[in-house]
Design a protein around this ligand. Structure first.
Ligand SMILES: Nc1ncnc2c1ncn2[C@@H]1O[C@H](COP(=O)(O)OP(=O)(O)OP(=O)(O)O)[C@@H](O)[C@H]1O
Length: 333
């Protein structure tokens, strides 16, 4: 596998009427081509804004930290995403090498333009294809994502398709430009479980076929277990744990990840009570001092947790967590 993207020290703040908030705090991760990374965390943890940063898609009130560095590795050489300025430069990361799909496909399609015309337009912006070639490829992609009678669907409008079909059409549109990286922001949340499983299978097939990388954003660790190779867990703008899906789910190293897993229902014992993480995620205007999770943590080890921000520590090969517990364990060993 070859390196696809490096995110180093991503820090992102927003100026709001209430003051400046920190939405992402010094986040670093990498992704290889052909790899699926799950980005997980409760609502407001900063998953979406992290993903949008890779395309420099955040609004005008966004302020990136001076040490933020995002490098996209393309065949022609590395692209320094933060230095992209003009619309022409942005095209590299917006719909070109990186595609984004959302939870709500209606938001991706203009209501008064047919699905096919939108697909063709996007291809003509991002590739050298003629209109006829773009049409041919679009119908082929609709077919590829399992839409029956793709020639007819090509001429239809978003409202004429069922929810599952719209989701597939959005995936077809996102993949038609053959992006190197697909960012899927809660793409299956609004779907019923059978269609959700089909869409997940389809995305996995496409990763293998196109060799692209996927960042799959969700609040659901169950979906991550089915889809991803590795996982990064976020809490209040901080990355708190990352590692292979197997390691993180079998041996969660951060109390927050343990909390998320304990909150999942299990079919083995349907009478077992669910244990939600106590309390609410604090407002980003009132970020706790020390470890941002200490106000809700069930495993606080002392005053240190509320004073000192924990560093990322390796707990196993390719598995790291930012929690003082591991420091304390090391000291005891
Ligand atoms: N344009 C903006 N201006 C001000 N604050 C913003 C802006 N966009 C996002 N935020 C804030 O940044 C924080 C992270 O938001 P983000 O949407 O990334 O969370 P998330 O983890 O994706 O949540 P969800 O699962 O609900 O989508 C939140 O506190 C949010 O209110």
């Amino acid at each position: 596998m070859s390196r696809l993207i490096d995110v180093e020290n991503l820090t992102l703040q927003f100026d709001t009427d209430e003051g400046r908030i920190t939405a992402v705090d010094n986040v670093s991760f990498s992704l290889e081509a052909g790899e699926v990374m799950g980005l997980v965390g409760e609502s407001g943890s900063g998953k979406s804004v992290t993903a949008k940063s890779l395309m420099k898609l955040n609004p005008r009130n966004a302020i990136y930290g001076p040490d933020t560095k995002i490098t996209l590795h393309l065949e022609d050489g590395p692209v320094d995403v933060m230095s992209l300025q003009t619309d022409a430069e942005m095209k590299i990361v917006r719909g070109g090498s990186i595609s984004l799909i959302f939870q709500e496909p209606m938001a991706s399609f203009a209501p008064a333009i047919s699905i096919g015309d939108q697909m063709v337009e996007q291809l003509m912006i991002h590739t050298d294809f003629s209109k006829a070639q773009s049409r041919e490829l679009s119908v082929e992609m609709l077919d590829r994502v399992g839409i029956s009678d793709p020639g007819t669907r090509f001429g239809q409008y978003a409202f004429e398709l069922s929810g599952g079909m719209r989701q597939r059409a959005m995936i077809a549109m996102a993949l038609s430009t053959k992006p190197k990286l697909l960012i899927a922001d809660e793409p299956t949340t609004a779907l019923d479980v059978t269609i959700q499983a089909q869409v997940i299978d389809l995305m996995k097939d496409l990763v293998t076929e196109f060799g692209m990388g996927i960042i799959f954003i969700t609040h659901d660790l169950g979906v991550i277990a089915q889809t991803a190779d590795k996982v990064a867990v976020m809490y209040l703008g901080k990355l708190v744990e990352q590692g292979s899906v197997r390691d993180v789910i079998r041996r969660p190293a951060h109390p927050y990840t343990r909390g998320l897993l304990a909150a999942l229902p299990t079919l083995d014992d349907i009478d077992a009570p669910l244990t939600p993480i106590p309390g609410d995620i604090p407002s980003p205007l009132e970020r706790p001092s020390g470890c941002v999770y200490h106000t809700r943590c069930q495993e606080v080890i002392g005053a240190r947790c509320s004073v000192e921000a924990p560093q990322f520590m390796t707990v196993d090969t390719n598995h790291a967590a930012a929690c003082h517990i591991h420091d304390a364990n090391e000291g005891a060993a």
